[in-house]
Design a protein around this ligand. Structure first.
Ligand code: NAD
Length: 497
């Protein structure tokens, strides 16, 4: 069985930690890799390597850094099928689906790195004075430059639901801005990330620019608390995000927190119920519902509710359950038994409180952590499935008397990641745009392009995401005021005359 290693200072490093974690294929329940949990010593070594490498990396031209990132991205693209297969084995995602997401992430990495070529690392602020004679701060005129410095060493901590995508999604601006990065992938899906680092090592990224420490929450905490880590880019659950934000806040350093969601969908009376139900099935079930922006609460107008639910049940039946290595599989297993227990608990709680199971709802009798595409009706806000993140293939439907009632339900959550509405009414689009979430999708789910800018609301996170915002987060602006004139001899102190 393969024992995975850390990658520190440009070398594969023997793991020192005592605790060993098994990586289990969730479709077969077989262990196929293991690693030693990285401790504070491993984190120290990785951060020290990143500190040593950072000045040299920052001294390269922006164009050279972007070129090196592109070279790595091209290598990843050439290995997309292999990476998707590793993801499938470590967390269950069907290979075809994984491959298409990895292709998107590679394009995203390149686009994000390219933004560095036009980002204003140094700009002169026009129309300002370096000082005014009136205010006694110096002669009028001069100029002010804003110089954006890299932060130094940064950390990226990722979850298991998109192992490759989450790492690549965070790295472009951090690296292109001149920071070095220590990555800590999820303990449940480290294998594909290790492969990403082998590809990085083979494509000429200088030693120490990217380091990898394997481990669990303890390793993440050690990284988050390290005094030389200037920013933690964290993607994961609300609870862990709170711990990260608290630790970085204590040290007065930065964190960007991309956390969980309980995303609503509001379906208006005037849309086609069958086509919309098919789109909603995709949004609720793809990746076995394990997406932060999965559709987890569905509010449908009473005028089309019956047809919509029929079509949703029919669509759920098309999500063939199986091992993601089988091309026929649409619905792979959940990542592990713990995650499946959460799903089962939410469904059982809803049924106990009066919900009806219209599709799925039963754990299949076979090895692997499978759960079928499930449709519930008659749900309400007393049920876990409508209030807590389920992160599984469950579509709970509430019938509402109006679009406005649906929006009111949509807004009544402690989460605020994204929301989707299906409507043919321009006034309803305008009202939906005011939902307290980071992203509102109208008549589609996902999408937005590289210029998209948003910040999750409420418990779903902190720190804006998007091209320019990511560079703002990855750099520290400093103002350089340059007076119009050099002090003349007559103004020098008397002692020097
Ligand atoms: P998790 O919070 O359990 O773990 C995420 C990562 O954080 C792992 O690498 C873990 O080892 C590490 N970690 C855990 N506790 C930590 C601590 N105290 N300090 C530092 N690191 C710590 O989350 P998960 O179960 O792996 O992932 C699922 C969650 O991620 C869901 O809530 C999902 O919505 C969220 N998610 C959010 C986004 C987004 O963009 N908003 C994207 C994907 C997933």
């Amino acid at each position: 069985m393969e024992t995975l290693q850390h990658y520190i200072g440009g070398r594969w490093a023997e793991p020192a930690g005592e605790d060993v974690v098994a990586v289990v294929n969730p479709a077969t329940e077989e262990t196929f890799a293991q690693f030693h949990v990285g401790g504070a010593d491993d984190v120290d070594r990785a951060v020290a390597g990143a500190v040593a490498a950072q000045p040299g990396w920052a001294a390269l031209t922006v164009a050279r850094r972007v070129e090196l990132i592109h070279a790595w991205a091209d290598t990843i693209a050439a290995h997309a099928a292999e990476l998707a297969e590793l993801e499938c084995r470590e967390m269950g995602k069907p290979v075809g689906i994984g491959q298409s997401f990895i292709a998107g992430a590679v394009a995203g990495l390149k686009a994000a790195a390219d933004q560095a070529l036009t980002y204003p690392f140094t700009e002169t602020v026009t129309g300002t004075d370096a000082g005014t004679a009136d205010a006694g701060t110096g002669p009028a005129g001069g100029r002010t430059d804003i110089v954006r410095h890299p932060l130094g060493v940064t950390a990226v901590i990722t979850p298991w639901n998109f192992p490759v995508v989450m790492v690549l999604g965070a790295l472009g601006p951090l690296l292109a801005a001149g920071n070095t990065v220590v990555v800590k992938p999820s303990e449940r899906s480290p294998v594909s990330t290790v492969r990403l680092f082998e590809l990085a090592a083979a494509t000429g990224l200088p030693p120490g620019v990217l380091s990898l420490v394997l481990g669990d929450a303890r390793t993440g905490a050690a990284l988050t608390e390290h005094e030389d880590v200037q920013l933690v880019h964290f993607t994961g659950s609300v609870g862990a995000g709170r711990a990260v934000g608290t630790a970085t806040g204590r040290r007065l350093s930065r964190s960007v927190l991309e956390l969980g969601g309980k995303d609503p969908v509001v379906v208006d009376a005037g849309v086609d119920p069958v086509a919309t139900a098919q789109a909603v099935a995709f949004g609720a079930f793809i990746n076995t519902g394990q997406i932060c922006t999965s559709m987890e609460r569905i509010y449908v107008h009473e005028r089309i509710a019956d047809e919509f639910v029929e079509a949703l049940v029919a669509a759920a039946g098309t999500f063939a359950v199986g091992d993601g290595l089988d091309p026929a599989t649409m619905l792979g297993p959940l990542v592990d038994d713990r995650q499946r227990d959460t799903v089962r608990r939410h469904v059982e709680d809803a049924v106990r409180k009066g919900a009806t199971v219209r599709a799925g709802g039963t754990v299949p009798d076979r090895p692997g952590y499978f759960y079928p595409a499930t449709v519930l009706t008659g749900v309400d806000d007393t049920m876990l499935v409508m209030t807590e993140e389920t992160f599984g293939p469950v579509a709970p439907v509430t019938v509402v008397a109006s679009f406005e009632e649906g929006l009111a339900h949509a807004a009544s959550s402690r989460y605020g990641l994204a929301a989707t509405v299906y409507t043919d009414d321009p006034d309803h689009i305008a009202t939906a745009a005011r939902l307290p979430v980071g992203v509102v999708w109208v008549n589609q789910w996902q999408g937005g392009g590289p210029e998209r800018l948003y910040e999750p609301a409420r418990d779903s996170g902190m720190g804006a995401t998007g091209a320019r915002a990511a560079y703002d987060a990855a750099t520290r602006p400093a103002a350089v005021h340059i007076a119009a004139t050099v002090p003349a001899a007559a103004t020098a102190p008397a002692a020097d005359r």
